[in-house]
Design a protein around this ligand. Sequence first.
Ligand SMILES: NC(=O)c1ccc[n+]([C@@H]2O[C@H](COP(=O)([O-])OP(=O)(O)OC[C@H]3O[C@@H](n4cnc5c(N)ncnc54)[C@H](O)[C@@H]3O)[C@@H](O)[C@H]2O)c1
Length: 332
Amino acid sequence: MKVLVINESDIKKVFTMEDGIQASKDALEYYSKGESDIPLRTNIDVPEQNGQSLYMPGYASGANALGVKIVSVYPDNIEKGLNSVPATMVLINHETGEVCSIMDGTYLTRIRTGAVSGAATDVLARKDAKIFTLFGTGGQAETQLEAVLTVRDIEEVRVFDISKERTDAFVEKMGEKFADKFNVKIIATDNPDHAVENADIITTVTTSKKPVFDGKLIKKGAHINGVGSYTPEMQEIDDYILCNADKVYVDTRDGVLNESGDFIIPMNEKKFLKDDVTGELGEAIMGKVSSREKEEEITIFKTVGSGVLDIVTAKRIYENAVEKGIGQIIEF
Ligand SMILES: NC(=O)c1ccc[n+]([C@@H]2O[C@H](COP(=O)([O-])OP(=O)(O)OC[C@H]3O[C@@H](n4cnc5c(N)ncnc54)[C@H](O)[C@@H]3O)[C@@H](O)[C@H]2O)c1
């Protein structure tokens, strides 16, 4: 058996954000067509180490993608100088059942999470969008920024994080990183209200438990990507804008309606109903539900992530790595 080991720098050599966005669109279409098998995550507690190990398996027949992402949450690792959320993808050959690749799962998660916002922005945002506001400058922020810059000709990016220090560092780093690739001005803001004023696209990728901006300030025609909230208590997008948006899309109904406070909090207060969801992004991509129809519509896309995004993205990365001879082969 041959196993191809693919690390972060290998992924960067063989897989672009454009590749990621296409993989996300395809993955969500397989999901919404019922052409994937994504069982519930298995969580194993390791109380002796104050840790938890999470197993996210999946199969998407259309992409011949089979595998499991293993993510552990070990907060005490920080004291040992180790990553507190180590993640690894194990890809399996769908024809033989043998493991064919082990891949860095942290970068895989970052690229597929950015890419799915890129896919939603591409499908839903106005084509003439110029101002992009990004909330959050943590581990996921860079790919969120790159994804939106990839699908729209953005002229100005406004960045807001509750930590001014992190905001400034992020703005400086991204300005340098994307200077040659995109013709864009990236600026720090210290006021969330000013940050969303006139913004065409807004992405929230924070750990906030409270809405990060005032939905009443959102202009007509804007598109919002909600990425951060993944527990019933976490809310980044306020009730007002969720209930007043013209169209609301999700990566998966099952995931978002059961996990995200952005939806659960207004649903518990009967302000928002399950049927108010316009559709899954995969349904919009396949034309089963409408996408943006009018310039002045406000659209929202919420993602909590799905194993289908991991396995389809990982399979494409693996195929590219094999074709380009990148990665390290281990035989056993
Ligand atoms: N949807 C998905 O598939 C997916 C995938 C990975 C991570 N996530 C989630 O996305 C979120 C961000 O992930 P990360 O790894 O970047 O986290 P992180 O901890 O590295 O960074 C979070 C950032 O959010 C900032 N923040 C908190 N409250 C804020 C507010 N009110 N306004 C602006 N900024 C605020 C923090 O200061 C911090 O810089 C987490 O909740 C994570 O679980 C979602």
